[in-house]
Design a protein around this ligand. Sequence first.
Ligand code: SF4
Ligand code: SF4
Length: 377
Amino acid sequence: MKMSKLDRLGIEVSKLGFGCMRLPMKGDAIDREQALAMFDYAYQHGVNYYDTAWPYLGGTSEPFVGEALSRYPRDSFFLASKMPVWLVESEADFERIFEEQLVRLKTDHIDFYLLHALSKARFDKVLEQGLYDLCRKKQQEGKIRYIGFSYHDPAERFPAIVDRYPWDFAQIQYNYIDPHLLGADQLYQTLESRGIPCVVMEPVRGGFLSTLPEEFNAIFREYDPDRSPASWALKWVASHSNVKVTLSGMSSMEQMIDNIRTFEGDLTMTPAEEQVVDTVVRKILDVHTVPCTGCEYCMPCPFGVDIPEVFKAYNNFKLFRNADMTRAAYFERLKDGFRADSCKKCGKCMKACPQHIQIPDMLETAHREISEACLTK
Ligand code: SF4
Ligand code: SF4
């Protein structure tokens, strides 16, 4: 297992982190047997960074991770979890959730503690409630070792959060396609220029980059028939010097074995490999998508449409053509009333959109194309 030195923190972490938001399931419950075997495989192969959060798997991830890791010496791994900022309305809420997390995780401290899924609006709440200072208090009590945050908002709002506090680390979404869609290079460079260690989530973009259409897979296979599309995506992320941990939300032993093989190998991208990835990126981007940045200036829609989420699902559908994942994103995660077919074409949103998107027309197109592709199967 390749390791990263975190000089500022004086520790070494495995470059591959086990993201515990997509553990294998049997019906509605975690497939305990397979998941425990995956923990053992990861641990025995040198993975020492395990990431969970309060809401993962409907709240069952933290207790399971606590149980799985309690089988190993506490000082032999690093545990990461997160404060669900959206649930905190008072110091008492923070205290109650944090103490329950320690119980769930069967531990007296959390090594890497993050304020979860910050956006500008959520960061305003962090400031109002003094949540960073509450984390510092826990740090002084020895219950948190390092304080960070994870980020889910457009790149231009990132530096204001990064520069507000002396963060020990930060977690961003980064993969070989997002620099072209979400300005993700800007996020990475902001952290690198300030010497803040970077943990990466979504290196395979929620699974899209490991289930690419065959024409893209063929480009990777032609270069190396033995490497999976996921291993290309992970290696691209891990080759960046300030990416200290790449989190992979593995949901099968097969994925675990493949990912560990990637992180036992050379993580430097050769110029020829960079070229292969560039070719795939250019082909993916050839597809016409809606230029929505997810800024949410168009929100709220008076009729309930979640405009940015609809365009996100539609763009992923256009780019990666994965009907199953699109059905889950559009028809399962977006509930009735939030989808594009609730649009009444009032036009309010268009006045606010800096990208000048013809939102009502594009919503109609998105709903029609997604329905045709996903409901006819
Ligand atoms: S045009 Fe449609 S999406 Fe836009 S605000 Fe009106 S109802 Fe909502
Ligand atoms: S539709 Fe326009 S305003 Fe709405 S999130 Fe996308 S880019 Fe922003």
